[in-house]
Design a protein. Structure first.
Length: 440
């Protein structure tokens, strides 16, 4: 019989693969193409290669932590153990920012896709409805949520493979070479957020480790297979979509107006928009957006729940629903914040993405430092999986993450300031809250 505040173990390796790929796969459908405006084909490609290296080395390193400390808080729990409660809090808040800000950006894209078919329904209304529906599904149960995630992720992967199959026969090398490096080397650094968006939230798999059957084995299989799948899809989508008509064709839907729908833009150069194949691919494309939206809501709920469970945040968000055994209050609070973000930052998708990426990079940096420290301070900690080529992998991930966050802060000063204000404000509240609690 499980403890009243313990999450239920129901997840298999296949479900973790579905979650890992599902968290991320929307990044293949939108957002990444905006980096082409800054870096061109070559600039974004170079940035993406380095980001792939970062994510591969980071994922192996993070898997060691997830297997050794299988807790719902993920990076927050690792930093808390390795570096103390202050750094643990900062890591946890960075993770919360990543997971809470990513869904509103994806919700806007879902609304935009639906709006293509139902122009009479406002994008914002569809985005808010998505929050309500998928928060309810996650409250109902993690097994149902993960099973749904697996199903739509399979459809989303299939759609990307179908898109590549349709577009690659139209591929021309000259389209990759055209205006490939418009802003020189600075374009590489400016394109970093879009390159990260390809893989953002893969680490969310660690947040459900506590709900995995045999987490030590399941985490290794789930993380490893997910990152391999995503790297293959990233390369396929990048080459096939740009190769059709050049990068400008999938960035601008009209002169000077950027688009969040690069794949439909590429398809428009191959088949007529009234063609059944075009409608089919765009319709199935919604599965990719829904997979990431739903999956990140799931991971965010676990991250916030852990915050409340150990009283680093309001204790009510650390309660388990008595019937469904899910973090219902955490899910509801995150949904409310997401809807408020939709209302405040309407039509500012890129700013929301960048704030989310700042959270992710902060989490990655603190997590890699935590891994290095735990190896030194707790050599006897049971580690069912050890990162290969230690310390090379975590150090490489750490260095690339540090360079990336510095470059992002330089090119995105307003979102950087917003992110810093969120972290600083919450940290001050945390210190006051804990001081008052200690005095009572």
């Amino acid at each position: 019989m499980s403890a009243p505040n313990e999450l239920k173990r129901t997840l298999t390796p296949l479900m973790l693969w579905g979650l890992g790929v599902g968290y991320v796969i929307s990044g293949m459908y939108f957002g990444w193409n905006l980096g082409l405006k800054e870096g061109g084909t070559l600039g974004l490609a170079i940035a993406t290669v380095f980001i792939i290296i970062m994510y591969v080395t980071f994922t192996f390193s993070y898997t060691e932590l997830a297997c050794a400390i299988p807790r719902a808080g993920g990076g927050f729990d690792y930093a808390n153990r390795a570096l103390g409660k202050d750094w643990g809090f900062i890591a946890g808040m960075a993770q919360n920012v990543e997971f809470i800000f990513a869904p509103p950006a994806i919700a806007f894209a879902i609304g935009a896709y639906f709006n293509l078919f139902f122009p009479q329904i406002p994008v914002l209304a569809i985005a808010i409805a998505a929050f309500v529906v998928f928060t309810a599904l996650n409250i109902y149960g993690v097994k149902a949520a993960a099973s749904f995630e697996l199903l739509i992720t399979v459809f989303a992967v299939g759609e990307l493979l179908l898109f590549a199959g349709v577009s690659l026969p139209q591929f021309e090398m000259k389209n990759l070479r055209h205006n490939a490096f418009p802003n020189g080397w600075q374009g590489i650094f400016a394109a970093i957020p879009s390159a990260i968006w390809f893989f953002l939230a893969i680490e969310g798999v660690a947040n459900v480790a506590e709900e995995a059957i045999n987490p030590k084995r399941t985490m290794i299989l789930g993380f490893g297979s997910a990152i391999l799948t995503l790297v293959i899809l990233c390369v396929l989508v990048f080459i096939s979509s740009i190769g059709v008509a050049g990068w400008e064709a999938i960035v601008y839907k009209s002169p000077g107006e950027t688009s969040d729908s690069p794949l439909p833009l590429a398809l428009g150069h191959i088949v007529d928009k009234k063609n059944i194949l075009f409608k089919l691919l765009v319709t199935i494309g919604l599965f990719g957006l829904v997979a990431s939206f739903h999956g990140i809501i799931l991971a965010a709920g676990r991250a916030s729940f852990e915050f409340g469970r150990i009283k680093y945040g309001p204790s009510f968000i650390g309660k388990i629903h008595s019937r469904f055994k899910t973090p219902a209050m955490a899910l509801l609070v995150n949904s409310a914040i997401g809807i408020v973000t939709l209302l405040l930052l309407n039509k500012k998708t890129l700013d929301i993405i960048v704030i989310s990426v700042f959270g992710a990079l902060t989490l990655y940096i603190i997590s890699m430092i935590s891994l290095l420290r735990l190896r030194r301070t707790e050599p006897g900690l049971e580690r069912p999986f050890k990162v290969p080529l230690y310390p090379f992998f975590p150090v490489v991930a750490l260095v690339i993450a540090v360079v990336s966050i510095i470059a992002m802060a330089y090119y995105n000063q307003k979102p950087a300031l917003i992110f810093l204000c969120i972290i600083a404000g919450c940290y001050i509240g945390f210190k006051l809250f804990h001081k008052n609690t200690a005095n009572n």
